[in-house]
Design a protein around this ligand. Structure first.
Ligand SMILES: NC(=O)C1=CN([C@@H]2O[C@H](COP(=O)(O)OP(=O)(O)OC[C@H]3O[C@@H](n4cnc5c(N)ncnc54)[C@H](O)[C@@H]3O)[C@@H](O)[C@H]2O)[C@@H](O)CC1
Ligand SMILES: Nc1ncnc2c1ncn2[C@@H]1O[C@H](COP(=O)(O)OP(=O)(O)OP(=O)(O)O)[C@@H](O)[C@H]1O
Ligand SMILES: [Mg+2]
Length: 391
C-alpha cells in the first residue's frame, strides 16, 4: 500500500517535473510542511529548491475560474483493471483527480468494476473491457476524453489485450494523448507498430518493462553503461514517442533530447507508485499540450533547464546545441543554478510539450535503429554514432 508520504515522495520523484505540481495540487500551501512530511525519513529537502522548480510548473496548470464548466480542466480515461489487479487502475485514476482533472473514468474488466467502484464514488467505472464490443463501448467516450492512461492493472489476458489494441487505434485516430504503462507496455512490446511514430504517446516503463521493451524493439539487451543513450535509442526506434524510464533517476527522451530527473523521492519500492505517476501524467500531458507556446515558451531551444534535482548529469545535450540542456553539460555545482525568471524561464511543461509536439527529425526505421544499436554496442571507440547525435 502506498503510504501518504510514499505517494508524495513518489510524485516528487517523478521523471516529469510538471508532476511536482501535483505536490501543490495535492496538498496546497504550506508546501514546506508537505515536503517535510514527504521527506520526513530523510534530510528535509530545501523547500527553496523545490519551490523554484514548482514555479516553473505552474505555467501549465489551468487557473481555477468561476467561468469554467465541469470537465473543462481535464477528463481522463484509465484503461486497465482485471480480476487480479484492481488497485493499479484506482491509483492511476484517483491520482488524475488529485492532480486536478475534473473527471476520471476507468474502463476495466467486469470482474474488477464493482471493486473499483467501491473504492471511490469519484471514479466513473465502465465494466466493458472484457465485453465483445469493448472497443465500440470505449470509442463512444473518446470524444469526451482529453487523454488516456493505458495499462495499469490491465493484466496479460489475450482477449483484453486485443480490445486494448483496438482502443489504442481509435485513440490515435482522434489524436488523443496516451500514456502507456504497466501491461500496456507488455502489449507494445508484442506489437511496437501499434504506437510507432505516434508522438502523443508517452511510455512510462519501470526497470523491467524498459528491458523487455528495449529487447523487443531493438533485439538486444539494454546498454547498462549508457542509460541515456538506451532511452534515446528506444524512443527513436519507436518513431520519437516520449519514453520515461523510471528509476532512481528518471530518464526521458523524445528521440532528440534526453532529460534526467534526479529529484530524490521515497526509498520505499512498494507497488502502486508507478500507477500514481501514470495517472498524474495523463492530466499533465493534456495540460502541457493545452498550455500552448506562450505558456511553455515554445520549443526546446528556449529552455534553460533540463535537469531537475540536485545534480547536473553529463551527456545531456546542451542548450547551445539546440537542446534544452543547462548551459553546461559538465557538473558545475552540486546544485542546479536555479535562477528562475518565470517570464524568461519556460516551464518544464515546455519540455513536456516540446517532447510531445516537437517537429520530429525523420526517425530511423526499425531495421535502421536495430543496426545502429548493433554498431553502438560493438563500436565503443571514441563515441559511436549515438554519442555524435547527443553532442
Ligand atoms: N495494487 C495493484 O493492483 C497493483 C497492480 N500492479 C499491476 O501489476 C501488473 C504487473 O506489474 P509489475 O510491476 O508487477 O510487473 P513487472 O513486469 O514490472 O515486474 C515483474 C517482476 O519484476 C520485478 N521488478 C520490478 N521492478 C524491478 C527492478 N527495478 N529491478 C528488478 N526487478 C524488478 C518485480 O518484482 C516483478 O516481480 C501491471 O499491470 C501493474 O499495473 C502494479 O502496478 C502494482 C500495484
Ligand atoms: N531505485 C529508486 N530510487 C528512487 N526512486 C525510484 C527508484 N525506482 C523508481 N523510483 C521512482 O518511483 C516511481 C515509480 O517507479 P517504479 O519503478 O516503482 O514504477 P512501477 O514498478 O511501474 O510501479 P507500480 O508498482 O505502480 O507498477 C517513479 O516515479 C520513479 O521515479
Ligand atoms: Mg508499473
Amino acid at each position: 500500500m502506498v503510504t501518504r508520504a510514499g505517494a508524495g515522495a513518489a510524485v516528487a520523484a517523478t521523471a516529469v517535473v510538471a508532476l511536482l505540481s501535483a505536490a501543490l495540487a495535492l496538498y496546497g500551501p504550506p508546501l514546506d510542511a508537505v515536503l517535510e512530511r514527504a521527506f520526513s525519513l530523510r534530510k528535509v529537502h530545501s523547500v527553496k529548491d523545490m519551490e523554484n522548480t514548482l514555479q516553473l510548473v505552474r505555467n501549465i496548470i489551468p487557473p481555477l475560474s468561476s467561468t469554467k464548466h465541469k470537465g473543462q480542466d481535464g477528463r481522463i480515461g484509465v484503461v486497465g483493471g482485471c480480476q487480479e489487479y484492481t488497485g493499479a487502475p484506482y491509483f492511476a485514476a484517483i491520482s488524475a483527480l488529485k492532480v486536478g482533472a475534473d473527471l476520471s473514468h476507468v474502463f476495466c474488466a467486469s470482474a474488477a468494476a464493482p471493486v473499483i467502484k467501491a473504492y471511490s464514488p469519484e471514479l466513473i467505472v465502465h465494466p466493458v473491457l472484457d465485453s465483445p464490443s469493448a472497443v465500440q463501448e470505449v470509442e463512444k467516450w473518446l470524444p469526451r476524453l482529453h487523454a488516456l492512461v493505458v495499462g495499469p492493472g490491465l493484466g496479460r489476458d489475450d482477449a483484453l489485450l486485443r480490445n486494448v489494441q483496438g482502443i489504442l487505434e481509435a485513440s490515435k485516430a482522434r489524436d488523443i494523448p496516451v500514456v502507456i504503462d504497466a501491461d500496456g507496455l507488455w502489449l507494445v512490446a508484442q506489437q511496437p507498430a501499434l504506437i510507432q511514430g505516434y508522438q502523443k504517446a508517452v511510455l512510462t516503463p519501470n526497470h523491467m518493462e524498459f528491458s523487455r521493451l528495449y529487447d523487443a524493439v531493438l533485439r538486444g539487451p539494454v546498454d547498462s553503461d549508457d542509460h541515456h543513450g538506451s532511452v534515446l535509442r528506444l524512443s527513436r526506434a519507436l518513431g520519437n514517442v516520449t519514453v520515461v524510464q523510471k528509476g532512481e533517476r528518471d530518464i526521458l527522451s523524445n528521440g532528440q533530447q534526453v532529460l534526467v530527473c534526479s529529484q530524490e523521492g521515497s526509498s520505499r519500492r512498494c507497488g502502486g507508485q508507478g500507477d500514481l505517476l501514470s495517472g498524474s501524467l495523463g492530466v499533465l500531458v493534456h495540460w502541457a499540450l493545452l498550455a500552448g507556446p506562450e505558456k511553455t515558451n515554445g520549443g526546446m531551444s528556449d529552455l534553460k533547464l533540463t535537469i531537475w534535482g540536485p545534480k547536473i548529469e553529463t551527456g545531456v545535450q546542451t542548450r547551445a546545441q539546440g537542446g534544452c540542456g543547462p548551459r553546461t553539460t559538465t557538473p558545475t555545482s552540486p546544485h542546479l543554478p536555479l535562477s528562475p525568471s518565470p517570464q524568461v524561464q519556460p516551464s518544464p511543461g515546455g519540455c513536456i510539450r516540446r517532447l510531445l509536439s516537437h517537429q520530429a527529425v525523420q526517425p530511423p526505421s526499425l531495421p535502421e535503429a536495430r543496426s545502429l544499436h548493433h554498431h553502438l554496442r560493438h563500436d565503443r571507440r571514441g563515441g559511436g554514432r549515438l554519442q555524435q547525435a547527443l553532442r
